[in-house]
Design a protein around this ligand. Structure first.
Ligand SMILES: [Zn+2]
Length: 109
């Protein structure tokens, strides 16, 4: 391999690595912004029990729809979840139990 060819390959490889790292950084930034927007949306008391929990313990429910957050823009997330019902994980499970088929058969007080 001549010196000229080696240099050309190394530039290609460096460009490839730069592109990969740029994409990773961009994705991480967008992901963090999405998580932040979601935390703000979920930062309200539960609609069912009225208690407050950290965002990780809250669900944003869109009755009849499935919504999975990917690295979207914070504005898209806010728009999609504008009419979401924010409930805590426990109340979310109870809602699921009331509306879906379940293995468990018990009364909810
Ligand atoms: Zn609740």
């Amino acid at each position: 391999m001549g010196a000229r060819k080696a240099l050309k390959e190394s530039l290609t490889e460096r460009l490839r690595r730069y592109s990969r790292e740029y994409a990773k950084r961009t994705y991480r930034k967008r992901r963090e912004a999405a998580v932040q927007a979601l935390a703000e949306i979920k930062g309200v008391p539960c609609e069912d029990c009225g208690k407050s929990f950290p965002p990780c313990a809250m669900d944003a429910l869109l009755p009849g729809r499935k919504y999975r957050v990917t690295a979207q823009s914070p504005d898209a997330i806010r728009r999609d979840l504008a009419d979401a019902e924010i409930v805590c994980a426990n109340c979310g499970r109870e809602r699921a139990y009331r509306t879906k088929w379940s293995l468990y058969k018990h009364e909810i007080k």
